[in-house]
Design a protein around this ligand. Sequence first.
Ligand SMILES: Cc1ncc(COP(=O)(O)O)c(C=O)c1O
Length: 408
Amino acid sequence: MSDEKSRNHPDTDSVALGYEALRHLGSLKPPIYETSTFVFATAEEGKEFFEAAYGDEGGEPGESGYIYSRLDSPNLAPVEARLAAWEEADDAAVFTSGMGAITSVLLTFLRPGELVVYSLPAYGGTTTLMAGLLPDFGVLTRPFRAGATIDDLESLIGEDNLKMVYVETPANPTNELFDLDLCFTLARRHGARLVVDNTFLSPVWQKPIRHGADLSLHSATKYLGGHSDLTAGAVCGGGEDIARLRRTRYEIGTTPSPGTAWLLGRSLETLRMRVEQQTGNATQIASFLSGHEKVSRVGHLSQLEPGDTRHDIYKRQCEGPGAMVSFEIEGGEAECFRFLDAMQLVRLATSLGGTESLASHPWTMSPPTVAAEVKRSIGVTPGLIRLSVGVEDVADLIADLDQALSAV
Ligand SMILES: Cc1ncc(COP(=O)(O)O)c(C=O)c1O
């Protein structure tokens, strides 16, 4: 539980907030409390801790003392305080994975018969959950596309009981942008929550809570973790919502291990530096690709032109273009595979946001939930490559992309 509030810039909070060395034998960095359970000094104390965690008072585990690491552990508080500072939120909760965070949000705030509208394209795991498991539990789910007007969205909702507007922006894998102000207007009209997946830009470039989001969530496996060596998720938002999410987390067991929480806290210290370097590299790569004869389309926010409605959205809600680049190779799957197999420096792998550059082929390397014709209509074609740009030297990266394109 993060009981510390930020007073400083997130760059400062990232290295200090939520941890007092002198309460931990002077250890400059938080020790890793790699234990599954905690000893009570007396039986009476054990009773008190349980009453605080599970009682009718609505307390939280860890508030009076630690019980068991699925409920809470001392490694969670510093990272949660720092995440809340980054997102300008009251509080934050960390989870086992991005999907663990998303599932916890959906289970906490939706009930059978209620409606969630969600943006498409979105991460394949999210669309699988929205189109598959959630309807099995009686929750109504409907996708909407970028460019939908408020009237389009109202007719999508009809007479149903809208409880959540769920938006991933920029969206995986194309960088499609969704208008947060419009989503906020819709959510407020219906008394619904606005939930934003902020994974692609990270809080360095986008702060959804400033735009009215109730919850801003992440696959912390990506930029927040930043080194492709952990899986975690995070949700930032108002104090009451996060307290409810913590209860769900310990009820269903989406609590990260102490070691993962520690690693994530370590990574936040360098978040801005990594993301800025990656974004600078991606911007140069996007401009190289947009001039290449074998590339027909480049999706990077730096390439948006004034006059394009997406440019207006970008200017309103983003502070930088991020480090995800999608581009289409002339041809299709065979040409993409030749390109991917020819890469020397850029690695062929899914996931994103780490220090190393990765490339993948969304047409064949994402869950098959979305029908082929829908995929094409949202820009996910057999010729599409998704690049997650790392911190390497940009000239080396461009040279590798250039030689791989010549193999197409
Ligand atoms: C935008 C986005 N949201 C959520 C997730 C799910 O995160 P995780 O893989 O950590 O469960 C991903 C994973 O790629 C993602 O790209």
